[in-house]
Design a protein around this ligand. Structure first.
Ligand SMILES: Cc1cc2nc3c(=O)[nH]c(=O)nc-3n(C[C@H](O)[C@H](O)[C@H](O)COP(=O)(O)O)c2cc1C
Length: 197
């Protein structure tokens, strides 16, 4: 129903999750797209509907256009490093705010990506594009990062408090949009941009 109001979509999604969660004792994780108006609110509603975890995020199939053949192209576009940022940011924002477990999906290509996602609160990370690119052989290098992941997670739980500071506090939360101001004022690219603003 492409023309349905977003609220109706969300209502229907919550009803589906509730039905599934009632029908099984297995913990249900819901995989979401990054395109929700208020993801934190919807995450809470999903928890109330019975979900125990979120997979952040799904990347939908996105066709391209062949300008010579004048037709659409349905090839698979694999993830890039930039795709890691949305799950990293949103897991950091939601962790501790909603009683759900988080699985990170998108842009994971190195063991160090796993470490970063675990540090902000992911319970697990998922990988598709990297396996399609390099095959199962890439998994060998991931194991070397395992000890680092465990250490990093312990370190975060023990002491990196402040990672989830809300934006309302004098020092903006590290994953809130207000950090743009700091990024622009401190990075060389940002300084160059600033001269043109
Ligand atoms: C060829 C291909 C098929 C996929 N099929 C599914 C699917 O059936 N269900 C699903 O939830 N996600 C599917 N995805 C999305 C992936 O699970 C994953 O969320 C996305 O690729 C981002 O992770 P990545 O950066 O590791 O590729 C598919 C991705 C690719 C590339």
């Amino acid at each position: 129903m492409p023309s349905a109001a977003a609220a109706n979509w969300r209502k229907e999604q919550l009803a589906i999750v509730s039905t599934v969660c009632t029908a099984t004792r297995l913990p249900v994780a819901v995989k979401l797209s990054p395109s929700y108006t208020n993801l934190a609110h919807f995450a809470r509603r999903l928890h109330q509907a019975g979900a125990r975890g979120l997979v952040l995020f799904n990347r939908f199939f996105q066709p391209d256009i062949d300008i010579e053949a004048l037709e659409h192209v349905s090839n698979v576009l694999l993830s890039s490093a930039a795709d890691l940022r949305p799950p990293l940011r949103w897991i950091a924002l939601l962790e501790g705010q909603v009683p759900l477990d988080f699985a990170a999906s998108g842009g994971v290509a190195h063991g160090t990506d796993v470490v970063r996602l675990l540090m902000v609160g992911a319970s697990v990370t998922m990988v598709v594009s990297d396996l399609l690119r390099h095959g199962p052989v890439s998994c060998g290098s991931w194991k070397r990062a395992h000890w680092l992941a465990r250490t990093a997670q312990l370190r975060l739980r023990a002491g990196l408090a402040g990672l989830h500071e809300p934006a309302a506090l004098p020092r903006p939360g590290r994953f809130e949009r207000a950090q743009y101001v700091r990024a622009i004022s401190t990075s060389p690219a940002g300084s160059a941009l600033g001269t043109h603003l």
